[in-house]
Design a protein around this ligand. Sequence first.
Ligand code: UGA
Length: 443
Amino acid sequence: MKITVFGTGYVGLVTGTCLADVGHDVMCMDVDADKIARLEQGEIPIFEPGLTPMVERNVSAGRLRFTTDAKTAVEHGVLQFIAVGTPPDEDGSADLKYVLAVANTIGEYMTDYRVVIDKSTVPVGTADRVHQALSKALNARGSKIDFDVCSNPEFLKEGAAIDDFTRGARIVVGTESDKVKELMRECYGPYNRNHDKLMFMDIRAAELTKYAANAMLATKISFMNEIANLAERLGADIEAVRRGIGSDPRIGYHFIYPGCGYGGSCFPKDVQALARTASQVGYEAELLNAVETVNYRQKTTLFRKLSAAFDGDLAGKTIAVWGLAFKPNTDDMREAPSRTLMEAIWDAGGKVQAYDPEAMKECRRIYGERDDLVLVADRIQAVRGADALVIVTEWKEFRTLDFKWLKEQLSLPVLIDGRNLYEPSAVHEAGLMYYAIGRGESL
Ligand code: UGA
């Protein structure tokens, strides 16, 4: 099947590559010529486990091609996926200018029937706007070629995107058209063998499903963070509470890990955008607003604990930071709790000595060279000469730690753990003060 994907960002590249991998003939289009040139050389702009070899084998098999030429891209696929960015506007709603520009391009160049598929996370009602933009472009040419617009949201997690694409729980498709249903069945057929994961629904339901899923997951996290903060003040251990409630299948063990707040390019943006959509239709989404407020506060919790450990005086102190990415297995630092922490340390006159297995290049790109940011090659160097250690991201390599050794390295024996990696009793035994999330001692 011939498929075109607009946008070679995270979603576009994973979608295009996975579809090529099952034999489809895929063309990925991007307006960024530099990015396309690098992709053609096999240089992948994002860190995603397994993606590089998958791109390589499909490019060499001739099933995956890249282009900057819009006309060629529109001519190529009967399916035209839109997977371009939807950055938040100043007021938190999603900015659709790139999505609508692609719709316009398709309308300008199409010569035959096309299915235009919204893959990007877009507010409810966007498919209608894409439809209008396309009709307008066709009218301008005096053309009456038939087309359909459908919604097919993605549910990929960074760091596990290929697995999520190939073995996802569901494939949501918003359409009323039987022709589109048939084409989408053919497209996803290879990934839909064992049981039928395709869920057809009306377009607005599909669009809302995406936001509802992310908002529900973000709600679980904020809820747990709230209970963890309460547990700290009540002298209860949140880890026991987590196991206690997770064992109820109605609640479940997934996504109830308390921490230093959710980050990334999805939850913060999508919760905000859904709340914004709600107020646009005259509904105040109280719960969504609270989810966001709790998360905002949670991202400041590491600094609050750190500052309290130093009696509010961090001037001239060197703080070791383990983990910069918003979660493991990615180099992404968008909305990462590490940024809230580091910026607060700098404001307080402290210095950061940080290590992350993947995100240091990204950190340098964001903050540039500065005296109060030292990036080191491993976790051991990060604590050398430091006054305290804060763990922000739960990379696997941080899961074991010689607490006695750590105590010798730090001027103040303080370990602040934003991910609850260790058993408090073992850390205390080594003579360290241990402040985690919702585990006994509150600071
Ligand atoms: C999220 C969703 O999980 C995907 O299903 C969705 O497709 C994607 O957004 C998207 O909309 O594109 P992602 O942002 O990659 O995926 O990351 P998650 O693994 O969901 O983690 C999000 C944040 O929640 C991280 O900061 C993580 O540390 C935090 N988290 C997660 C917790 O604090 N506690 C948990 O129990 C789970």
